[in-house]
Design a protein around this ligand. Structure first.
Ligand code: EPU
Length: 335
């Protein structure tokens, strides 16, 4: 039964470990409960939370926080090459990766250990180590927040891009993803091991989805702080995409700048490299800082407030603007 709580601390529900209170709070485990809470609180500001791994809370929330907790993973159909799998949005992303590994289904092994929930994953098209979610999404099932009608978006209709989708742009805040349908690969499946660090960790090991996932987990653990011990939200900024002209200026000054060519007109460069070059890696002010092993991650050393984290992110943005004339855009949603 749907339970509405009052004055609930959101500290356990955001990986930055920020203390902020929500006036009302509900954990929903089914579409029916979701519709019930949205109907009851129709005119109240609503904050939807999945794994809470991509948000920065900067103040108490004077509305209702809805924690999307529906669970379930099911194979809908399969043939010799693929399995079509539906996953409820409240499943923990990494649990789904483990499920796929146990069932010998490939396609998401490079995305092991990414924090967050399955329902949040398509919104920013999560990606790591040469693979993005859009490669395996068949469709997303949603509920329109206003009309409460159900919809289905095919992969194409999701308009996936680098850390973006239609749910972050045109339809921002309009749909709630309730279930994601994946097309996973049966073995043999071609593995993506070209990312330098994976090649090094794997060395002569047999190449299986399990060994790729183990390599990814080892790399992530060595670079990225565990939110359970050091509050963080993964990459705070997106990697900026430069025009060729902008990139040439940067490369003339720093011939060593790492980069990836996206298309003939654009080059993506790692924001972590820029932040490190600006001398901010390991920088700390009070309870907040730039992680000392991966400069793209902002960490909460203890009792940081959301405002302190926001201020540090603004400081980083202005240093990067001054030094390189490049604008860094947050990847994290700031509430
Ligand atoms: N780099 C530095 N200094 C740093 C960090 C990175 O010089 O402090 C350089 C590295 O040496 C390397 C390059 O930047 O040459 C890329 O670094 P890395 O492989 O760590 O990847 P990234 O571009 O910083 C992205 C994703 C991560 C994902 C990794 C691995 C974004 C915004 N971030 O980071 O995703 O795990 O690639 O594929 O695209 C996340 O979104 O939360 C996240 C962690």
């Amino acid at each position: 039964m749907l339970k509405i709580e009052e004055n609930v601390s959101l500290l356990p529900y955001n990986t930055f470990g920020i203390e902020a209170k929500s006036k009302y709070f509900a954990r929903v485990c089914s579409n029916r409960e979701l519709i019930e809470v949205l109907t009851q609180f129709k005119n109240t500001p609503t904050l939807l939370l999945g794994g809470g791994s991509n948000i920065l809370l900067t103040h108490d929330f004077d509305g209702i926080t809805v924690l999307l907790s529906s669970k379930g993973i099911a194979i809908q159909s399969e043939n010799k090459k693929h399995a079509i799998v539906t996953v409820q949005s409240g499943e923990v992303w990494h649990d789904f990766v483990l499920w796929a590994l146990n069932n010998n289904l490939g396609g998401i092994e490079n995305l092991a250990l990414i924090p967050g929930s399955v329902g949040a994953a398509p919104i920013q098209n999560i990606g790591a180590y040469g693979v993005e979610l859009n490669a395996v999404v068949e469709s997303c099932q949603t509920l329109n927040r206003k009309s409460l009608q159900r919809h289905e978006f095919s992969n194409k209709e999701c308009q996936f891009g680098y850390r973006t989708s239609i749910f972050k742009t045109q339809l921002k805040d309009q749909h709630i993803i309730t279930q994601v349908t994946f097309k996973l690969h049966k073995m043999p499946h071609s593995l993506e091991c070209s990312y330098g660090a994976i090649e090094q960790v794997m060395e002569a090991k047999p190449k299986t989805i399990q060994s790729v996932a183990e390599a990814v987990i080892a790399i992530r653990k060595s670079k990225l702080p565990d939110p359970k011990t050091l509050g963080n939200s993964g990459s705070f900024f997106k990697n900026p995409e430069l025009t060729n002209a902008q990139f040439t200026i940067l490369q003339n000054q720093y011939p060593e700048v790492p980069h990836y060519i996206i298309n003939p007109a654009q080059v993506k460069i790692p924001a972590g490299w820029l932040i490190e070059k600006a001398g901010l890696k390991g920088y700390r002010i009070g309870s907040v800082g730039v992680h000392d092993k991966q400069a793209l991650v902002i960490v909460n050393y203890g009792k940081a407030t959301g405002i302190e984290i926001l201020q540090l992110s603004k400081h980083i943005q202005s240093e990067i603007k001054n030094k390189f004339d490049i604008t860094l855009e947050p990847e994290v949603n700031i509430i």
